[in-house]
Design a binder for this molecule. Structure first.
Ligand SMILES: CC(=O)SCCNC(=O)CCNC(=O)[C@H](O)C(C)(C)COP(=O)(O)OP(=O)(O)OC[C@H]1O[C@@H](n2cnc3c(N)ncnc32)[C@H](O)[C@@H]1OP(=O)(O)O
Ligand SMILES: O=CC(=O)O
Ligand SMILES: [Mg+2]
Length: 575
């Protein structure tokens, strides 16, 4: 996987700024800011460099293994349970008990590491706030570094914010949610920090800086002696969980805290990982905080894994809901597996019975809002009755309907780990987990993928990693579904069978759709915004990705090259 070493990043114009004080072998190319410099202290960078040096080759190997698996799937193989780890799946073992501070996780709010959002999320009444460097964040230098500053202040309890436009002050309540942090996936480089001449691994930067500055405060103020807590995204195999376990052990050792202090919930959001849930928990057994259904990336991963299988074309995005057999099997098996191993089985972002939607409240239409909230409640009732111990909300307005579903069904217990075991789910098979979702493909599906994909990417290039579009929440995972689906339909000239006209998705049809949807976007957002923001650049990137001969592994890998701006070191020649 290209870690960004071959790409010539743009260099910022203007005078050279002050430099960061760096340890040997480390070079910081991001803009200098005195607030960032407190995060990028020499010692913190040394800690990140130690992680990078120890784990770099393991990460490279894991990425090579992903390539090998992809080649196998592309030549017709199907993912499945690994016969060599049967003993782990069948063995009688448990993970360490959940830390008391996060025994109750019935509702978790998620959001990017923006200052106001962090305060609102921590005050929201949710049990947990997952602060996101992944799907919901555009990983620009500014966003990442401000995110670290914000998290440090949040853990300190000193975070505040003044919104000038509304002359409104924000500060923390007495009661706040417990903080989990989601670093980027293994695939993303951090091109502003070079270690021994190579871009650092993005997630080791996110984890390393956050851990270094916050572990002590977190354990005292949030974790009752445990922590910090993490969410781990986009894992494809237990070997990747093993790297995280080793990273945690090393961090704990350097910090001088007990083994097992750090806890992490792994998102099961790739198709290969659903066959590795026991193995992943086993690798992390002293550090586990359970598993979560990352449903959006999971759908993306289904399309990606079967990118070369013409018999596995997925229907319109809106039809791939929880009523699909493969989705229900995945969530049921996750509950069974987690509870058997004594850890939380977390539900996912809102996901409706009839159609899929990362629903957010609809402000200007009370009737539509009421209907959406009813659907949210139905979806959450399904989750709690199935045995999930908690679920995700993308917006504070969704917390009340979620609690209405979860509270009466959880009794007085903080979770359902020991009360709902789902033994019948043990028979869920490879066929159940791989079953093709039912439904049809339509021109509207192709149009929506295109319209949403371009608008999301434009927002991402402008610095927003999560946006409301057509009353739904869109983030990197939902955008991935749109572009991977367009790519697959184009590759196999898929028939839009739902329209009954025999129309096939050809490059000519797609080019026309792109043009018409760009016109529509311009009308919807207005000419000024359309011209001043990144719609044209987004359209170029999105179109290239949908029509490329080979499917790009991640939408954000290529797009990342467009948001990197390196600053030269003082006294050094510009690259
Ligand atoms: C597939 C996955 O990975 S899901 C997880 C990753 N995705 C996410 O986390 C998305 C999180 N959600 C969001 O980012 C936002 O809700 C958006 C972008 C979708 C919509 O945000 P907005 O347009 O600001 O929504 P809206 O205007 O309704 O917000 C109303 C208030 O709620 C706050 N709010 C909205 N969403 C959140 C959130 N997730 N966390 C905390 N506060 C929030 C806003 O800050 C605003 O506060 P204010 O009244 O003090 O100004
Ligand atoms: O990260 C969550 C997902 O659904 O993707
Ligand atoms: Mg995801």
């Amino acid at each position: 996987m290209d870690l960004g070493t071959s790409y010539q990043y743009p260099v910022a114009p203007g005078p050279e700024a002050d430099g960061y004080e760096v340890p040997q072998g480390v070079d910081v190319r991001g803009r200098y800011d005195h607030e960032f410099a407190k995060i990028l202290s020499k010692d913190a960078l040394q800690f990140v460099a130690e992680l990078q040096r120890e784990f770099k080759s393991h990460v490279k190997y894991a990425m090579e293994c992903r390539k090998e698996a992809k080649a196998k799937y592309n030549s017709g193989a199907l993912p499945g349970f690994d016969p060599t780890t049967k003993k782990i799946r069948e063995g009688d073992w448990c993970c360490a008990a959940p830390p008391p501070a996060v025994a109750d996780r019935r509702v978790e709010i998620t959001g990017p590491v923006e200052r106001k959002m962090i305060i609102n999320a921590l005050n929201s009444g949710a049990k947990v706030f997952m602060a996101d460097f992944e799907d919901a964040l555009s990983p620009s230098w500014e966003n990442l570094m401000k995110g670290q500053v914000n998290l440090r202040d949040a853990v300190n309890g000193t975070i505040s914010f003044h919104e000038k436009a509304r002359n409104k002050d924000y500060k923390l309540n007495d009661q706040i949610a417990k903080l989990f942090v989601r670093p980027r996936g293994w695939h993303l480089p951090e091109a502003h920090i070079l270690i021994d001449g190579e871009p650092a691994t993005g997630c080791l930067v996110d984890f390393g800086l956050y851990f270094y500055h916050n572990f002590a405060n977190f354990r005292e103020k949030q974790g009752d002696g445990f922590g910090p807590f993490f969410y781990l995204p986009k894992i494809e195999h237990s070997r990747e969980a093993k790297i995280w376990n080793n990273v945690f052990e090393k961090a704990e050792k350097i910090a001088g805290i007990e083994n097992g202090s750090i806890r992490a919930t792994v998102l099961i959001e790739t198709l290969p990982a659903v066959f590795q849930m026991n193995e992943i928990l086993y690798e992390l057994r002293d550090h586990s905080a359970g598993l979560n259904c990352g449903r959006w990336d999971y759908i993306f991963s289904y399309i990606k894994t079967f990118q070369s299988h013409p018999d596995r074309l997925v229907p319109d995005r809106v039809q791939v809901g929880m009523s699909q057999h493969f989705m229900r099997s995945y969530s049921d098996l996750l509950i069974y597996t987690c509870h058997r191993r004594g850890v939380h089985a977390m539900g996912g972002m809102l996901f409706l019975f009839i159609e899929q939607a990362a629903q957010i409240p609809i402000r200007d239409n009370p009737q539509a809002n009421e209907k959406a909230m009813e659907l949210v409640k139905m979806d959450k009732l399904r989750e709690v009755k199935a045995g999930h111990d908690g679920t995700w909300a993308a917006h504070p307005g969704l917390i009340p309907p979620i609690l209405e579903a979860f509270n009466p069904n959880m009794g007085n217990a903080p979770n359902q780990i020991w009360s709902i075991t789902r033994p019948e789910a043990s028979s869920i098979s490879e066929e159940d987990l791989l079953q093709l979702p039912r439904g049809v493909r339509t021109m509207e599906g192709l149009r929506l993928n295109t319209r949403v994909g371009i608008q999301y990417l434009a927002a991402w290039l402008t610095g927003s990693g999560a946006v409301p579009l057509y009353n739904l929440m869109e983030d990197a995972a939902t955008a991935e579904i749109s572009r991977a689906q367009n790519w697959q339909w184009l590759k196999f000239r898929a028939e839009l069978d739902g329209d009954g006209l025999g129309v096939k998705v050809t490059p000519e049809l797609f080019a026309r759709v792109v043009e018409e949807e760009m016109d529509r976007i311009q009308k919807e957002v207005g000419s000024d915004k359309f011209k001043s923001e990144n719609y044209k650049e987004a359209c170029t990137i999105f179109t290239r990705q949908c029509t490329a001969t080979e499917l790009d592994d991640f939408l954000t890998l290529d797009a990342y090259n467009h948001i990197v701006i390196q600053h030269p070191k003082p006294g050094m020649p510009r690259l």
